[in-house]
Design a protein around this ligand. Structure first.
Ligand code: GLN
Length: 490
């Protein structure tokens, strides 16, 4: 039998359906791979007993012909998703050993459809970061290395554990979240596929909140088809999240292989940055050429407010984070550091529980929301956000179906290499934050390698709720670029 971990999710689904192997066998193969890959630090909690129990239960269902669309498929769950009776920390010391008494809507939909939970995945603390170095459990290691080098590289962030685990064949797919790029950037850094759906497509209920008007969950998987399969189970209306949209969930997988002939693809000139590496430039033109060869029409478009997106994001996101994180005060959840008064208890707990990046965001957020500065910063950033959204609307009004851009300005970098200057880290999201600011769907698909053999991704941005077009176009790129699998060294 071939190594079960190297199957795609779609292949495993077929193998399970025609009884070539059981979910328990598939699950055990992944549990073994996880154990052998602890050097990557992708999982912060392994749940082998629960995984085997879920696999056995689903095997019995499959035998009765009752399996759901994900029956028997082992997945990893970002530690930002509340999982009932399983520790959920957002990789922050402040949540300590918090064990939620409830399940997030998205994960409950995955279990409803028959998926198996392998464990909880590492991420940047409260999903703040682009390298997975801010996690209280330590950095995640990218399974990719530069050719001829054993320097350890970051997998990107904040969904670094999800991306690393999927790339290293530790799980068949993973949940992730994206507030400014946290699904797409780590996907690009690890040669995996990541889609951030339209804001409102997936329920945020039971996901630890970072910036509520930007946060959106989605899958990271090894192929475009696998992400389409996962999206269908993750998406849907949820009365418990007032921002989730009541709209039928399409069969995303049906979009795979659909012709893209005649589709108009916008190439935004503002994404051609000064000093952009030649290899990113090359990747972008190559991607455009592949879409053209498949019958799409390329048109130059302009998104004039792009340059304000990152600065505006770093007002809006910290503002909302400072408000969301006010609840971690040592009274209700996790860590409590006593003090002589209630005020001191709050101060001691927050000083001890939050890491430096989170503290920086709370301070910036509190400042931009404070009386006297609110209009100058927060309100102004919200106005800029409207302009960014309008840029996209103008573009779509001209008949553009999707926009093609690079996913990141570089390939994965070394652990500890960036971070002395926070802005240097923030620049990772230069191509992805606009999409969150406008609430649009965006997919990152591996498209090539840099000169050192590291994967690079392209991003496709779609019209609201038109994830299907992104899957169709994404698959064209995937077909042309091929699959990206790291050589095993761990
Ligand atoms: N890297 C960005 C930040 O640090 C985005 C993170 C995310 O999407 N969760 O805020």
């Amino acid at each position: 039998m071939t190594d079960l971990t190297s199957l795609t999710l779609a292949e495993a689904r077929e193998g399970l359906a025609n009884k070539s192997f059981t979910s328990l066998e598939l699950t055990d193969a992944h549990l073994g791979a996880i154990e052998a890959a602890r050097a990557l630090n992708a999982f912060v909690m392994e749940t082998p007993d629960q995984a085997r129990a879920m696999a056995r239960a689903v095997d019995a269902k499959i035998a009765r012909g009752e399996g759901g669309p994900l029956a028997g498929i082992p997945l990893g769950i970002k530690d930002l998703f509340a999982t009932k009776d399983v520790r959920t920390t957002a990789c922050s010391k402040i949540l300590g050993n918090f064990v939620p008494p409830y399940e997030s809507t998205i994960t409950s939909q995955l279990w409803r459809d028959g998926a198996v939970m392998l464990g909880k995945l590492n991420n940047d603390e409260f999903a703040m970061g682009s390298s997975n170095e801010t996690s209280c459990f330590g950095p995640v290691v990218n399974p990719w290395r530069r050719e001829g080098s054993n320097t350890t590289l970051v997998p990107g962030g904040s969904s670094g554990g999800s991306a690393s685990a999927v790339a290293a064949l530790l799980c068949m797919g993973a949940t992730a979240t994206d507030t400014g790029g946290s699904i797409r950037q780590p996907a690009a850094f690890t040669g995996t596929v990541g889609i951030k759906p339209t804001y409102g497509r997936c329920s945020r209920w039971g996901i630890v909140a970072f910036a509520s008007s930007l946060d959106q969950a989605g899958p990271i998987a090894r192929t475009v088809r696998d992400s389409a399969i996962l999206m269908r189970s993750m998406a849907g209306h949820d009365p418990k999240d007032t921002t989730s949209v009541d709209r039928a969930v399409p069969d995303y997988e049906a979009a795979i292989g659909k012709s893209v002939k005649g589709m108009k693809i916008g190439i935004p000139k503002e994404y051609r940055l000064d000093g952009m590496p030649a290899e990113i430039e090359r990747l972008w033109s190559e991607g455009a050429a592949w879409l053209k060869a498949a019958g799409a029409e390329l048109i130059d478009v302009s998104l004039p407010h792009t340059k304000y997106a990152l600065p505006a994001y770093y007002i809006v996101a910290p503002a909302e984070a400072s408000s969301n994180l006010a609840r971690y005060d040592g009274v209700r959840y996790g860590l409590r550091v006593p003090g002589r008064s209630i005020g001191e208890l709050y101060e001691n707990t927050r000083a001890e529980g939050f890491g430096p990046e989170v503290r920086r965001r709370v301070m910036i957020g509190t400042y931009v929301l404070s009386a006297g500065y609110y209009d100058a910063y927060y309100l102004r950033a919200q106005k800029v956000r409207t302009l960014i959204k309008r840029d996209f609307e103008d573009c779509f009004a001209k008949g553009v179906h999707a926009i093609l851009t690079p996913a990141t300005p570089s390939a994965a970098f070394g652990i500890g290499e960036k971070g002395a200057d926070p802005v240097e880290m923030y620049l990772n999201d230069i191509f992805t934050v606009t999409v969150n600011m406008a609430g649009l769907p965006g997919i990152a698909v591996p498209a090539g390698k840099d000169t050192q053999g590291l994967p690079l991704g392209l991003q496709l941005i779609g019209r609201p709720f038109d994830e299907e077009t992104l899957f169709s176009l994404g698959e064209v790129i995937e077909q042309a670029a091929g699959r990206f699998t790291p050589a095993r060294w761990w």
